[in-house]
Design a protein around this ligand. Structure first.
Ligand SMILES: *[C@@H]1O[C@H](CO)[C@@H](O)[C@H](O)[C@H]1NC(C)=O
Ligand SMILES: *[C@@H]1O[C@H](CO)[C@@H](O)[C@H](O)[C@H]1NC(C)=O
Ligand SMILES: *[C@@H]1O[C@H](CO)[C@@H](O)[C@H](O)[C@H]1NC(C)=O
Length: 310
């Protein structure tokens, strides 16, 4: 029945669902979260405006949705970490590199990932910390936590211009995993004519009155203190939410991480010989990266990764 409804009507209805319930919530049915409860949470800004979420995966890298930053010049992207507030506080850091997943397509929900490389390394604190990527596939109906501020995607900015401002305080909600086949069926497009890429590369959640919305893309989904998903599509309770299934991207994540670390180390050794000002930052970044991320890197290389090579 819903499949036959004109898309805009669905959008308006889902908007009503949010605003009818509590006008200050974007993550629907959520509650305020202090950044210390989710210190991995990052706020991605494009041209100075907060527009998506991301997760700190090392002191030099933020994982977000490709759709959040795709098509923008690297210099227009910055990241705010260490703040519960959408607009202020914490630390603002410039992005020096964007690694979009090579198979990303804006018309699909799979492969919707990008790694942002920070120009300066993060200093960890009780409100700024990396999170490990999961090694387990979550079971259907098990629970996980999603956090976000809501953001200004085209829909968000359109909605906000008409109906008011976004929440300033970080919101979080507990959601439950939803059967993949059922999810693919629910999201297969009108008359099942379009493949949105809901597959084993994605995870779905669907909970009564609790969901992420379009404004939340890039939002981290966390189970047992591990990062399991990055929001690709927020169903706003009308449809399931779709996330990148991070366990299937572990090898891509580690390849990218290893490649960058190599490049940084090289640049650092060049800097030592030439001693130029521009390379000094890299040198500092590299040494800090090495000291702070060694535990993560060691643990991930040490544990066998079932996904590599599949
Ligand atoms: C709506 O959100 C406010 C905080 O912004 C909270 O005080 C209030 O209890 C919420 N109302 C409902 C119905 O959840
Ligand atoms: C990441 O995993 C390693 C190895 O299991 C563990 O020692 C470390 O505490 C974890 N870090 C976080 C932030 O959970
Ligand atoms: C470092 O220097 C070598 C040769 O001197 C060069 O081939 C390499 O590209 C440089 N690396 C970086 C990251 O600048």
């Amino acid at each position: 029945m819903f499949r036959l409804v004109w898309p805009l009507l669905v959008i308006v209805l889902s908007g009503r669902a949010i605003y009818g319930q509590n006008s200050s919530y974007r993550i629907i049915g959520g509650s305020s979260v202090d950044i210390k409860q989710a210190p991995y949470q990052a706020n991605i800004l494009v041209d100075g405006s907060p527009c998506c979420s991301g997760a700190i995966i090392s002191n030099g890298r933020i994982l977000t949705a490709a759709g959040c930053v795709y098509g923008y010049p690297t210099s227009s992207v910055t990241v705010r970490v260490g703040s519960s507030s959408r607009e202020s506080g914490g630390t603002l850091i410039k992005v020096c590199g964007i690694n979009t997943h090579p198979q990303y397509s804006s018309s699909r929900y799979d492969n919707n990932l990008a790694i942002l490389e920070l120009c300066d390394p993060l200093t960890y604190s009780d409100s700024i910390k990396y999170i490990n990527v999961t090694e387990k596939v979550p079971e259907d109906s098990s629970l996980a936590e999603v956090t976000g501020w809501g953001s200004t995607s085209w829909l968000g900015s359109w909605w906000d211009r008409i109906f008011g401002s976004l929440p300033d305080q970080l919101q979080g909600a507990t959601v439950s995993f939803y059967n993949r086949e059922q999810c693919a069926n629910d999201i297969s497009g009108w008359f099942w004519t379009w493949d949105y890429g809901v597959s084993d590369l994605t995870l779905c959640t669907y909970s009564y009155n609790r969901a992420a919305c379009s404004y939340d893309i890039g939002a981290p989904l966390v189970k047992d203190k591990k990062l399991v998903g990055i929001l690709s599509y927020g169903g706003c309770t009308t449809y399931p939410d779709v996330y990148a299934n991070l366990i299937r991207f572990r090898s891509w994540l580690f390849e990218r991480t290893a490649a960058t670390e190599k490049a940084t180390t090289k640049a650092a050794s060049n800097a030592t010989s030439t001693g130029t000002t521009s390379s000094k930052t890299t040198e500092k970044a590299s040494s800090a990266t090495t000291s702070a991320t060694t535990p993560t890197t060691t643990s991930t290389t040490a544990s066998p990764d079932p996904m590599i090579g599949k």
